[in-house]
Design a protein around this ligand. Structure first.
Ligand code: 6GU
Length: 246
């Protein structure tokens, strides 16, 4: 997969050199290219923002540098990328959207600072390409760079061969399947006693059926406590009598 990021803070994307994403790049599974938007600003101060039409606080990113940058990035590759525009006004970034984007050959991210990008840029590329305005949650950040890091990590770990073993995402919270709609429960490792705290006996029982049932109950308990909205929304067929008694 190819990923391009156009930003006025290329340094903010340095974490893409580290850990899972950095290793995927080193292995050639991901081709990541970070571009400085100011390369496409032509005045003396490399201006990329201006005051909003209609008045109001803050600044708006000018269309010309974004248009030149996107034209150059698009022309540098084969075919048409999917453009991902991070904005608190976008559709929610979910695991389902991460899966959908992980199946695309080429993504271009356009993190903005200030009050956002002149609307005409989104319209212009929306007429020709698949453009997704995406939010990572109901809070406001100063710019879209941190959301790009979040989205790229969620997408990269879904690419074939990026995680150690393909089973690693089977039980993810929000992954489709038997534990669909439930958060993951608690986990334990050695030592078996730590500061007078043991681990649940069932995990030492070797009884795989009982362990699976315990994990499911714990997942249900946690989801009820932390995300009652997920229980409300779930298919009632996903729950059994024991769930309903909890
Ligand atoms: Cl994608 N951008 C900004 N600036 N704030 C956000 C966001 C994105 N998602 C949630 N808050």
């Amino acid at each position: 997969m190819r990923l391009d990021v156009v930003t006025i803070f290329p340094d903010y994307l340095e974490p893409l050199n580290v850990s899972l994403v950095g290793k995927a790049r080193a292995r050639g599974q991901l081709d990541v290219r970070v571009h400085d938007l100011r390369e496409w600003a032509h005045d003396k101060h490399n201006t990329v923002d201006d005051t909003p039409y209609g008045g109001g606080p803050g600044m708006v990113m000018k269309p010309e540098p974004w248009g030149e940058a996107l034209d150059a990035v698009i022309a540098s590759g084969e075919g048409r990328p999917t453009i991902v525009v991070p904005t608190p006004s976008g559709k929610p970034f979910t695991q389902a959207l991460a899966v959908e984007l992980s199946e695309k050959p080429w993504l271009v991210f356009t993190p903005a600072r200030y009050e956002g990008i002149d609307r005409r840029v989104i319209e212009e590329y929306g007429d020709r390409l698949d453009v997704r305005e995406v939010s990572i949650g109901d809070y406001v950040l100063a710019g879209g760079e941190a959301p790009v890091l979040v989205m790229v990590e969620a997408i990269a770990r879904l690419l074939p061969g990026v995680l150690g073993n393909a089973e690693s995402h089977r039980d993810d919270s929000f992954a489709p399947g038997a534990m669909a709609d439930l958060l993951e429960g608690p986990v334990y490792t050695k030592p078996p006693q730590w500061r007078d705290r043991g681990i649940p006996d069932v995990l030492l029982s070797g009884h795989h059926g009982k362990i699976a049932r315990w994990r499911r109950d714990e997942a249900f308990r946690r989801t009820t406590a932390n995300r009652p909205d997920l229980i409300e929304r779930a298919d009632p067929a996903a729950f059994d009598k024991k769930d309903r008694e909890m």
